[in-house]
Ligand binder design. Structure first.
Ligand code: ADP
Length: 140
């Protein structure tokens, strides 16, 4: 197993309900380390660019509006197998299908307002980390 970095976003439904600390604790308890972190309020344009791969999907407009509705916390998580580990801790997209103990099972409100984002491949992680952070901001 290799040490990896992945991009995590604590989404508007979670920051709004003051769940940032509880969610970060889940990552840390799973052995992931926060090596970069910032709270930002995305514009619709920036949220739309970040999720450009979903442009053709029916929920794209709703997703962009939601991601720009309240602040988010963007973080880089580091650890052994971090990309898959983070996805495991997050749980399935739809909280109704998410496993017990996962963030989405515990906190998500719906398939759209599902509390967290995590990169789904090494290519996505590299793109998404550089979308939000410069190399100088990553402190392992
Ligand atoms: P994941 O975040 O689990 O990788 P996707 O990449 O399929 O899931 O979708 C990206 C995000 O788009 C989801 O996390 C969710 O916020 C939103 N989304 C996905 N499917 C739907 C849907 N059917 N209705 C509303 N929002 C959705």
């Amino acid at each position: 197993m290799a040490t990896e970095r992945t991009l995590s976003i604590i989404k508007p439904d979670a920051t709004k309900r003051n769940l940032t600390g509880k969610i970060v604790a889940k990552f840390e308890d799973a052995g992931l380390r926060v090596v970069a972190s910032k709270r930002i309020h995305l514009s619709a344009a920036t949220a739309g660019e970040f999720y450009a791969e979903h442009k053709a999907r029916g929920f794209y407009g709703e997703l962009v509006a939601y991601m720009a509705s309240e602040p988010v916390v963007v973080q880089v998580l580091e650890g052994e197998n971090a990309i898959a580990k983070n996805r495991e801790v997050m749980g399935a997209t739809d909280p109704a299908a998410a496993a017990d103990g996962t963030i989405r099972k515990e906190f998500a409100l719906s398939k759209g307002e599902n509390s967290v984002h995590g990169s789904d491949s090494p290519e996505a992680a590299a793109r998404e980390i550089s979308f939000f952070f410069s190399g100088l901001e990553l402190v392992g």
